[in-house]
Design a protein around this ligand. Structure first.
Ligand code: DLL
Length: 432
């Protein structure tokens, strides 16, 4: 099932022609309306009129989160504020917030693209969708909401939190599709077990999870604990919110909505493109945004292009699940470590729960990393000897995966803080 077959299954040639025309229009628009880009174009001696092929994209300036912050709140908008009908803002947990503005048309496009990813994930107009993302400045709630309504499904705008009520509503309203972060979905599943609710007695059949990194092992865990097909979808507020890319039911990579977003994968050090199939930083250029167009936005998210065609028939290219962020990357004892590597090891070890936290500290001049791992009761209450064996086993596996030694502490099940939104996996106390 497609939402817009003609767009999702375009030939590469037609798609590239469309992308080029839209890129030309976007460049012209920002050259006229956004002083920041006008200045950048002048510095780079780039004349939008001379943009002849998609390869010329490389002559365009990058845009970074810092650029967005420097123009807080409205400095990069390409239309007057009276044409903006919606504002969102990124949470600002890692610094000053950034603000995104949408015209009426942008909201239409956004809803349409979210309807597209919902359809690709197997959601239909007769589904009952429970949206457990926060509604507010975060783009997750409203983004999925508008897309689900556009699709014609029945939407339950429950927002995040109040887990018992979520489960009650899920039972009473016969929810068929759950939309939230993967970590919250897991929390919901565990809470059901605690409340004595049998997930198989629910009407649930599909989950759309996104907003934070997760792993293949976590997908299996979710599919084991809930009677769902768990799909991944990706987006970011600076570009639009959810709806940038999403999995089809083959669940082997996320189709990028390339008729609206031009993607590049670059080496974050040299800023040069990497060959298809190699991991690098995702860079996105918006092709149809009116209110807040962005050129070559450096997402800091790491992924790769999957060049092979997908059996679903969509020609929109896929990216692999996001494996981490360049700024999520911890440098411990000089070695690059991504939380996803640690997650992969833990999921593979019998008796651990998929809840963990990475604490990084500095002792004198040395980094020290401790991984807190929740374990099932049978192990937590087992003999000291067995626990020590388990710790040594995890340590050895982590050392061989990461290339450095880390400390491991087992903690009792359900003791690490649960999140109703994005999980906090890293606590860095080094004040670097
Ligand atoms: O998280 C938009 C969104 C909401 C996407 C709901 C999907 C579903 P931000 O709050 O601006 O926007 O955070 C964007 O979250 O740069 C990634 O690092 C991370 N992220 C989002 N989706 C995924 C995913 C929304 N599926 C940042 N896998 C992005 C891994 C993700 N990371």
């Amino acid at each position: 099932m497609y939402w817009e077959r003609d767009k999702e299954c375009m030939s590469r040639e037609d798609l590239e022609q469309l992308q080029l025309e839209r890129l030309q229009a976007t460049c012209n628009r920002v050259a006229v309306n956004v002083p920041f880009y006008r200045k950048k174009f002048a510095e780079l001696r780039f004349d939008p009129e001379r943009l002849q092929s998609l390869d010329d994209l490389r002559a365009l300036p990058f845009t970074t989160k810092q650029d967005l912050r420097d123009h807080y709140p409205y400095g990069l908008f390409a239309v007057p504020l009276r044409e903006i009908v919606r504002l969102h803002a990124s949470s600002g947990t890692t610094g000053q917030a950034t603000v995104e503005g949408y015209t009426r048309n942008d909201i239409k496009t956004w809803s349409n693209l979210v309807a597209r990813i919902l359809t690709a994930a197997g959601v239909r107009a007769d589904d009952v969708i429970q949206i457990a993302f926060g509604y507010g400045l975060f783009t997750g709630g409203f983004g999925l909401h508008y897309g689900a309504e556009r699709l014609g499904a029945s939407v339950i705008p429950i927002s995040s939190g109040n887990t018992k009520r979520q489960i009650q509503i899920m039972q009473d309203f016969r929810t068929t599709a759950l939309v939230c972060t993967p970590s919250y979905a897991l929390y919901l599943a565990d809470s059901m077990a605690e409340m004595g609710v049998n997930p198989n007695a629910l009407s649930l059949r599909v989950g759309l999870f996104g907003g934070e990194p997760w792993s293949e092992a976590m997908r299996q865990e979710l599919e084991r604990k809930l009677p769902i097909k768990a799909t991944d979808n990706y987006g970011l507020s600076e570009i639009m919110g959810p709806g940038v890319a999403g999995e089809c039911t083959f669940c082997s990579g996320l189709h990028v909505n390339e008729d609206h977003f031009l993607v590049e994968i670059i080496d974050p050090e040299t800023l040069e493109p990497v060959p298809d199939g190699e991991i690098g930083e995702l860079v996105v250029t918006t092709l149809t945004k009116e209110g807040f167009p962005v050129l070559r936005y450096r997402t800091r998210d790491l992924t790769r292009i999957i060049p092979e065609p997908c059996p679903c028939g969509r020609t929109l290219r896929r990216i692999s699940r996001i494996t981490g962020r360049t700024d999520d990357m911890l440098i411990i004892k000089g070695v690059n470590v991504y939380p996803s590597q640690i997650e992969a090891v833990l999921f593979d070890i019998e008796g651990t729960e998929p809840h963990y936290q990475i604490i990084v500290e500095r002792e004198g001049r040395l980094d020290k990393a401790t991984i807190l791992v929740e374990v099932v009761d049978a192990i937590f209450f087992d003999s000291m000897k067995k626990q020590r064996q388990m710790v040594e086993h995890i340590k050895a596996r982590l050392a061989s995966e990461l290339g450095i030694g880390v400390d491991v502490k087992l903690v009792e099940g359900k003791t690490l803080a649960r999140s109703e939104g994005k999980a906090q996996r890293i606590i860095d106390r080094r004040n670097l």
